[in-house]
Ligand binder design. Sequence first.
Ligand SMILES: *Cc1c(COP(=O)(O)O)cnc(C)c1O
Length: 456
Amino acid sequence: MKTIIEPFKIKMVEPIKLTTRGERVQMIEAAKFNPFRLRAEDVIIDLLTDSGTSAMSSEAWAAMMRGDESYAGARSWYRFRDTVKDIFGFEQVIPTHQGRAAEHILFGVMVKADSVIPNNTHFDTTRANIEFCGGEAVDLPCAEADDLDSSYPFKGNMDIEALEKLVAEMGPEHIPLIMVTVTNNSGGGQPVSMANIREISRIARGAGIPFYLDACRFAENAHFIKRREPGFETTPTIDIAREMFSYADGCTMSAKKDAFANIGGFLCTNDAELAHRERNILILTEGFPTYGGLAGRDLDAIAVGLCEILDEHYLDFRLRSTRYVVRHLLEAGIPVLAPAGGHAVYIDAHRFLPHIEPLQYPGQALAVELYIEAGVRSVEIGSVMFGLDPHTGEEHPARLELLRLAIPRRVYTQSHMDYVIEAINLVWERREKVRGMRIVEAPQFLRHFTAEFERV
Ligand SMILES: *Cc1c(COP(=O)(O)O)cnc(C)c1O
């Protein structure tokens, strides 16, 4: 069958308030042309993020009712720990309230002022937590990553030669860990191949440097390996995930991504002495080591979600659904990042609106038009997000001007995706009339969340 269907059915619904174009014009103006400032109820299709926005299953909700809220040693903790150990394979499991809390604890213990931490591409909270500890976060994406036209299947890969060079130059004493983000979120949700993970592990082990995975979208990455990397066609996706983790010494995880949970995260390692020091910080900032900032029912929901996310029918649906949107946009001649990643569709706003200068924020202008056209909320990933140097206060165009449409897990149907495709096409038809934006007011740090804009 060619028709893509959702491998689940709907048991509980949440109504969407349908708005008129006139209402949306008023609301985006009142929000100072910043979609982050809209009320969620005024959005028809919310593609702002896939983080914490997943739909839980009837099994996960049932598990929440079994949540054991004992302070120490709750049954929920053991169910959570055993599931994480079974899939991820690490000895030590430390629960946290989100992924960034795991990062904060890990880097707080491992990073010093002269540390350099390489990654394929650091996610923004990862980079910020390293810099907060005085370390330097270095991105080493492969050459194909920046080429929007390349159809290379593993654009999330790390540049192996660049890593070897960095390790030789800095020496292992300055590199407390090597990280790889699967899938590469900031690099377009692109997967990392098993071959690349093996190579990085070989270099890390050769130099005696711990190797960590930022595992937020581990299941999507494992399924891309199954579908794209020769030799894995018949391997169960769960075994591919286990093999990925077998090359690493630890991981950080946000359960708000590939665990279908609305909150949660964890940190893993095989190093008992390191885990001891991490738990000492955990008790200060998150909570007792058997709940780490989460309710017992959250631990149970995550344990169920981690198993469900590895369902191959779900993962096929997920990857095909994202690819379906990308294919339809490409067929209409719309500039979009290809091949399709896992969790999001990235439109090249620079090529979509070539008449708008980077510092008149084509991605922001496109986000505004998409909201006005159809009530679709998306996020600019370009010069609004990355253009301001917070230390000098100077503005420079970002490397890319992208508009990200992140797809929440199991929330929207294929017809919602058709609606999104139509909305983008309608803006495409009137693209020449779209005007740039200027910033009226913005803070120095993370300005995209609260900045106020007007049309040029
Ligand atoms: C979301 C995310 C994080 C941070 O997780 P939170 O749960 O949002 O704190 C870290 N790395 C990557 C790749 C992510 O996508």
